[in-house]
Write a protein that binds this ligand. Structure first.
Ligand SMILES: NC(=O)C1=CN([C@@H]2O[C@H](COP(=O)(O)OP(=O)(O)OC[C@H]3O[C@@H](n4cnc5c(N)ncnc54)[C@H](O)[C@@H]3O)[C@@H](O)[C@H]2O)C=CC1
Ligand SMILES: O=C(O)CCC(=O)C(=O)O
Length: 446
């Protein structure tokens, strides 16, 4: 019988698997291919592809940090700014040992597409630092966050590029980063960063926004597929910000969540996991493992569960040629960025699984970040109810736009979402005179 520590070590080693293992799993290669396909399907010029295939600006920075023992460690970080023709670039900052440049580039392109699909006045940006934050003290983490902002100062700002949280960064990290930016500028600039604590200009509802948006898209998909959510079951991979909030809102709708995993491993309960209690438990223990009333499962078992809805809410490349055949769900809601490889995608498609693609599914986060930036600019703050209503309206419009494209062109949701996103960016390229030979009009309803 396997003991607890060897099983945790095994699960952690899965979490540590290289993200860009081979060309077919390199997120930058994957996103370029999808953009190419949609440029062709929209009959746009090669010029559109050449502009969109690479970020306009990528910065690599070294980030010296004074550690608690007095030594200096020099970390490596990146910021990729894809395209800014719809507005300043915008997107999160990730702290993870497996961050690499191609991953950050892909994440910035996905941000451009999300904003275009949601009709937000932003381009895509993304940042990452190669670091395992669990190995840092709180003081070292603060020094790292501040040093990263000092390194990026020439290219960031509320009208240039606006960061936000992503994997392993949170409102506290945003608060330190805002404070560093303000010190360098010499005055308060709350619109420089979003996802910050409410007391210093954060928006009501931003912590919940990505998960809330994921659930709004699941509700829309369930309506189209005639799935009664009150009798539905779900499994969720990842129980950080996005996974836990998705679980909370699905639970509130009456969906029975029978499996949840995080980097420590997975838990299962045939009768449904008590999500509010699990959130409290994880706040204390930092991991889902050993939650009372559950049995332990691994990631493969989680993917194999007999559920209606599967939500990958962790990292890239989880649904692959190997894991896709195990999936029994009718809906895969991509809360994570890039959780499905092209081979995994094809297998799910052949099985008739309805995929809500990442650039639509998880766009609730950047949408409420947009609301936060608007509130910071106005200096007038909205009630949570207003934020949530505006979010729901935008997400439903965006879902409808993508679904309409799926039906009209007889294509899957991923291709449709890329066509909507690429089409709108191409429309802006034409409006600015960057490209001339353009044929297909895309209406921006979102
Ligand atoms: N935070 C946000 O507002 C947004 C996040 N996303 C995406 O959602 C995903 C999750 O992000 P957050 O929840 O913010 O990060 P987080 O750092 O709060 O949580 C990540 C979760 O994934 C788990 N995890 C890591 N490796 C795993 C593995 N191999 N198996 C199972 N679980 C694993 C971690 O233990 C943790 O529970 C990422 O892909 C991120 O880019 C997308 C849109 C917005
Ligand atoms: O809130 C934001 O601006 C960006 C969130 C993000 O990083 C993402 O959608 O992947």
């Amino acid at each position: 019988m396997e003991n607890i520590s060897s099983k945790i070590a095994k699960n952690n080693s899965k979490a540590e698997a290289p993200i860009t293992a081979n060309k077919n799993e390199n997120p930058y290669e994957i996103v370029k291919e999808l953009i190419k396909e949609s440029v062709e399907a929209l009959r746009l010029s090669q010029g559109v592809y050449s502009i969109l295939e690479k970020p306009a600006r990528v910065m690599e920075v070294s980030i010296p940090v004074k550690m608690d023992d007095g030594q200096i460690r020099n970390f490596t970080g990146y910021r990729s700014q894809h395209i800014d023709i719809l507005g300043p670039t915008k997107g999160g900052i990730r702290f993870h040992p497996k961050v690499d440049l191609d991953e950050v580039k892909a994440l910035s392109i996905w941000m451009s597409l999300k904003s275009a699909i949601l009709g937000l006045p932003f381009g895509g940006g993304k940042g990452g630092v190669i670091v395992d934050p669990t190995q840092l003290s709180e003081c070292e983490l603060e020094n790292l966050s501040r040093s990263y902002i000092r390194a990026l100062i020439p290219i960031i700002g509320p009208e240039k590029d606006i960061p936000a949280p992503d994997v392993n960064t949170n409102p506290q990290v945003m608060g330190w980063m805002l404070d560093e930016f303000d010190r360098l500028r010499g005055y308060n600039v709350p619109g420089f960063i979003t996802g910050k604590p409410i007391i210093i200009g954060g928006s009501q509802g931003r912590i919940e926004a990505t998960g809330r948006g994921v659930v709004i898209t699941i509700v829309q998909a369930a309506k189209r597929l005639n799935i009664d959510l009150k009798n539905a079951k779900a499994a969720i991979q990842g129980f950080g910000n996005v996974g836990s909030m998705t679980a909370k809102f699905l639970h509130e709708l009456g969906v029975k969540i029978i499996g949840i995993s995080d980097a420590s491993g997975g838990i299962y309960s045939q009768n449904g996991i008590d999500v509010p209690e699990l959130i409290k438990y994880v706040n204390n223990t930092k991991a889902v493992m050993n939650f009372p009333g559950t049995t332990r499962i691994d990631n493969d078992e989680l993917f194999s569960l007999p559920v209606d809805i599967l939500v990958p809410a962790a990292l890239e490349n989880q649904i692959t040629e190997r894991t896709a055949p195990m999936i029994q769900a009718k809906i895969v809601a991509e809360a994570a960025n890039g959780p499905t490889t092209p081979a995994g995608d094809q297998i799910l498609d052949e099985k008739g699984v309805f995929i809500i693609p990442d650039i639509l599914c998880n766009s609730g986060g950047v949408t409420v970040s947009y609301f936060e930036w608007v509130q910071n600019t106005m200096g007038f703050y909205w009630k949570e109810k207003d934020v949530n209503e505006k979010l729901e309206e935008k997400m439903i419009y965006a879902f409808d736009d993508v679904f309409r494209m799926t039906v009209e062109k007889d294509i899957d949701m991923r291709k449709a979402s890329y066509m909507v996103g690429v089409g709108r960016i191409a429309e802006a390229l034409k409006a600015r005179g960057w490209v001339k030979d353009w044929s297909m009009p895309i209406n921006c309803k979102a």
